[in-house]
Design a protein. Structure first.
Lengths: 249, 219, 219
């Protein structure tokens, strides 16, 4: 058991190399329970790699990464246990195309959490209603729009009742008119108290729900602050420029 | 001395009498080729000597004609004391030859699955066995269904090669008629048309299957 | 007979193999281009006709096609040498497959290419010859390489209509010398030695085509 005050994610001195490329450079990050962290930055800054490390989808060479009380990277079983408490939403949705929306959500409930079919379907339907898409339960992903698919992906991750949700640029692959429906769901999730780490360009969203904002470039976190301070002034010479350009478009 | 249409029509039922053998040989060879091909591909994905050897075996098979493999097995196996019926040898030859091509089909079918799929499964904490069974395999099956169907047609069109091994399939029947009546044109044309019809009908079925699979929800 | 003698004996047939391949390409390439473009350009009844001709040559079982033309043509009063019949049948069969690659290559071009050509005031045939075909042919050159390999392998069949290619030579040797392992392994190797380098050249071509100007896409 861990104390309520234990951070859900604790990263210290994290380094990662892809061959000779130093993609993550001395990353320190703490995510307390019930808080929202938004990570932004230009392409290639390493922010996607960072969030994928948090979930164990990428390995790291140096440093310490603790997720939900387990140190990742030591053994497979520990990583799997930590992952069960984490939900992840991908930029390209990654819904299973050969399963219905409902089956996408119930698959892990039945195979991992061991729920019976009716239990799993009840839980799945509740979450599909939460993301406001219950009527599409029997449809296939290919029949849905991008925004609908991403909302299903969020519901699918929520079904396992995670302690923390990770979002890897969830709206970057969406047409502009669909971004709002996904962000609305994420804002509602935040208001319900979910711990979240989001990699995103959506600064409006960050301003609304983030407790902490981090700016990454070249593999390092160059600037971080509580949200209000971040949006008023930024310490690092790069960040104001980047924010300005992001907010302008 | 022209083409005797009435005689040709009378050949048809005799030749068609062997269609069961033809289809049986094609089906068993297809299953054999898929099994061996799948194994080849799985081994090829492994690193090291075994993987490289498997890759080379696939390339070797695909660089040689199927007729030669039939001769090879038919004459070499008895040399080592293995005496099998000609149909068995024929099926073995077709399976071996087409396994090289089906290995490539499996490779393409697995490679076509987006990397995000197993990642999403891992993120959902699905174990390896569940990921393969519920996420990877179904998508692989959908990807290979049409190419597999097309190779079934190819294998079907290769079954007449077995006539040189005296297997009682349709071309063999046609030659039987020819050698009895000394009329070659009619039975051969009939056999040719039967195979053409089979190939076209099954190909059309495969195309419809492909359309249905693509409509089943992949954007 | 030593292994070396067997190998040399089989290679005596390589001239025939090469000649039939070359002669066959004389049928395959024009057919593929004409009918591939034809299928791409035509609509309605004309297209059905073009497709029917392509399908006849492509979907027939090639061994039966060879026998049919070899035995049946004389019945209709057409006498051709075994060389011509073989080259024609094997070539048109391969051409049938290649025509699908030509058509697919043309269909895969972005329609903007045609539109740009039309905007420049070029005639339809000019657009086809100067803009569409050059691009499409480059894209499908690996498939043409596969067609050549297919043709080389198919020449093994001509041994069944009395032409002395490598396979025929092998069978001749087999009649005087009981050494099936050496003979048929040598025959497999002979084809491998011819086809594998061509296959590697095809793979190299494929890599070179894919590399520069890789399609934009992917997130």
């Amino acid at each position: 058991m861990h104390a309520q005050s234990d951070p859900i994610v604790g990263i210290q001195g994290l380094h990662k190399w892809f061959g000779a490329l130093h993609v993550l450079n001395a990353i320190d990050l703490t995510v307390a329970s019930g808080t929202r962290v938004v990570v932004c930055g230009p392409s290639g800054s390493g922010k996607s790699t960072l969030i994928r490390c948090i979930n164990g989808l990428e390995s790291y060479q140096e440093g310490a990464l603790r997720l939900a009380g387990t140190t990742l990277g030591l053994d497979a079983r520990g990583t799997a246990a930590a992952r069960r408490q984490t939900g992840m939403v991908f930029q390209s949705f990654n819904l299973f195309p050969h399963l219905t929306v409902l089956s996408n959500c119930t698959l892990a409930l039945r195979r991992v959490a061991g729920k019976s079919r009716s239990e799993a379907e009840d839980i799945a339907m509740a979450h599909l209603e939460r993301v406001r898409i219950p009527e599409k339960a029997r449809s296939y992903p290919g029949q849905l729009s991008g925004g609908q698919q991403q909302r299903v992906a969020i519901a699918r991750a929520l079904c396992l009742n995670p302690r923390i949700m990770l979002f890897d640029e969830p709206t970057s692959a969406l047409d502009p008119e669909m971004i709002k429906e996904v962000l609305d769901v994420m804002v509602a999730l935040a208001r319900d108290g979910m711990t979240m780490v989001c990699v995103t360009h959506e600064m409006g969203f960050a301003r609304e729900v983030a407790d902490q904002v981090g700016f990454m470039d070249g593999g390092s976190i160059l600037d971080r602050a509580p949200a209000r301070a971040f949006f008023r002034t930024s310490g690092h010479p790069r960040s104001p420029l980047s924010l300005e350009t992001i907010l302008k478009h | 001395m022209g083409f005797d249409l009435a005689f040709a029509l009378s050949c048809a039922p005799i030749i068609l009498g062997a269609v069961g053998t033809t289809l049986f040989v094609a089906f068993v060879s297809c299953v054999g080729a898929a099994s061996i091909g799948f194994l080849f591909e799985m081994v090829r994905r492994m690193c090291g000597v075994a993987g490289a050897m498997s890759g080379f075996a696939i390339d070797f098979i695909r660089s040689t004609p199927v007729l030669i493999w039939l001769y090879f097995l038919y004459f070499v196996l008895p040399f080592y004391g293995i005496r099998l019926g000609s149909m068995t040898v024929g099926v073995m030859g077709l399976s071996l030859y087409y396994s090289g091509y089906l290995a490539e089909v499996f490779k393409a079918g697995i490679d076509a699955i987006p990397k995000g799929q197993p990642e999403a499964a891992r993120a959902l904490s699905l174990g390896r066995r569940d990921t393969v069974f519920y996420v990877i395999a179904p998508q692989m099956m959908r990807n290979i269904a049409a190419p597999l169907g097309n190779y079934f047609v190819s294998i079907l069109k290769a079954t007449p090669y077995l006539a040189v091994l005296a297997v009682p399939e349709m071309l063999g029947r046609a030659f039987d008629i020819a050698s009895e009546t000394y009329r070659y044109a009619e039975p051969l044309v009939v056999a040719g048309l039967i195979f053409l019809a089979l190939a076209l009908v099954i190909s059309y079925g495969v195309k419809r299957l492909e359309r249905r699979l693509l409509a089943g929800g992949t954007r | 007979m030593s292994l070396f003698d067997i190998w040399l004996g089989i290679l005596k047939g390589v001239g025939t193999t090469a000649a039939v391949t070359a002669y066959g390409l004389l049928f395959a390439v024009p057919f593929a281009l004409v009918f591939g473009v034809g299928q791409y350009l035509t609509v309605g009844v004309a297209r059905l006709l073009v497709t029917a001709i392509i399908e006849f040559w492509r979907s027939s079982a090639v061994i039966i096609l060879l026998f049919v033309f070899y035995y049946a043509l004389p019945v209709f009063g057409i006498t051709l040498s075994a060389w011509t019949v073989s080259a024609m049948v094997l070539g048109l069969n391969a051409g049938g497959y290649a025509s699908q690659a030509v058509r697919a290559g043309l269909q895969a071009l972005p329609s903007g290419q045609k539109e740009a050509g039309a905007a420049l005031g070029l005639s339809r045939s000019a657009i086809l010859l100067l803009i569409e075909l050059p691009q499409a042919l480059v894209a499908m050159s690996p498939t043409f390489v596969n067609t050549v390999i297919q043709l080389v392998k198919a020449t093994a069949l001509v041994s069944l209509v009395t032409l002395s290619d490598m396979t025929f030579r092998a069978k001749e040797i087999a009649q005087v010398e009981y050494n099936p392992v050496a003979i048929y392994t040598a025959l497999l190797l002979a084809f491998f030695v011819v086809c594998y380098p061509i296959a590697l050249a095809g793979r190299w071509l494929e890599a070179r085509i894919a590399a520069p100007g890789s399609r934009a896409g992917g997130i």
